[in-house]
Design a protein around this ligand. Sequence first.
Ligand code: KG4
Ligand code: ZN
Length: 340
Amino acid sequence: METLGLAIDTTFDDTSVALLRGTRQVLSNKTLSQYKDHEAFGGVIPERASRRHLEVIHPLIQDALKEGGAAFDQLDWIAVSHKPGLLGSILVGLTVAKSLAFLLNRPLIGINHIEAHPYANFLGNSPLAQALANGQNPFPLLHLVAAGGHTLLIYQRDHFQWEIVGRSLDDAAGECVDKAAKMFGHPMPGGPVVDRLAMAHPPGDVAFPRPLLNDPGLDFSFSGLKTALRYHLEAHPQAPEGPTLAAYFQAVCDVLTAKTLRAARRLKVERITLSGGLCASQKLREEFRRAADQEGLELFVPPPALCTDNAAMVACLGAFRHQAGRHDSLALDGESNLLG
Ligand code: KG4
Ligand code: ZN
């Protein structure tokens, strides 16, 4: 009989709870986003985020159990993201997970949210989930995790064996896109609007920079791109929104695809995956599809809803950790830093 696990993620501004059978059958995956709560402040206020998590976490767990048709005493393990993110937010999910593990006398599994993102590619009937189910070894993999808080290239040898081989030295790619949308007056999250415009308009002829594109390293930098847009809008206040944002997003896509392919070549990896909120972008997915085909690489992309923050990916990694007996004690601490 396959195990039943519950996973919780409250690392940033989304509260998410998922129920997973085995390592890939998602019975429920419920996420409440806080964007609206923070809109008036122009950014996420950590104190408000923690309070909001606290208000919604219990009903959300009840919802997830109900939708998944399960009761507390049927759970075999509890997984929770305990890093990285906003510490006050993490502690809400972590405390609830610890209480459940203690009361139900089930193992607690601490998850690194970043390590979990690529596991969105191992759910359901996805090719990687099927490969594992058929006893094939899909590793090594190169993962691009592109979100609002992180832009990372991760080389993974096997479950639990991974290292960061490239990262943004300043803003994350998603943040750079959100800020561009904001300059045109769009609320958070700006990614979906920019993506829609980039699909609808050919990129205008503004020569936006491709930061670090010609640098041989695997790190990214996006803050200069954002500054270039600000200067462009100061000089051309009437710049048309569609073509300008399309040209801007093209620069983001060019850098992400070029660096990921360079990393794959250098590390001799034949399979790459995308995850993180920005990878919900249709435009970015198309660009990657084309680039991977040209390079002869296998590309794995989760459904858009599993790109943005969700507890199903946390549950998936949790299930593999449970299988491997990698449990944690109830003294598990929260960490705001990625590598802490
Ligand atoms: O992974 P995520 O939900 O949260 C973080 O860990 O940051 O990513 C959020 C980012 C934001 O920058 C948002 O604008 C972007 O993902 N995003 C999208 C789409 N959906 C979310 N960007 C482009 N197209 C989308 N459909
Ligand atoms: Zn995330």
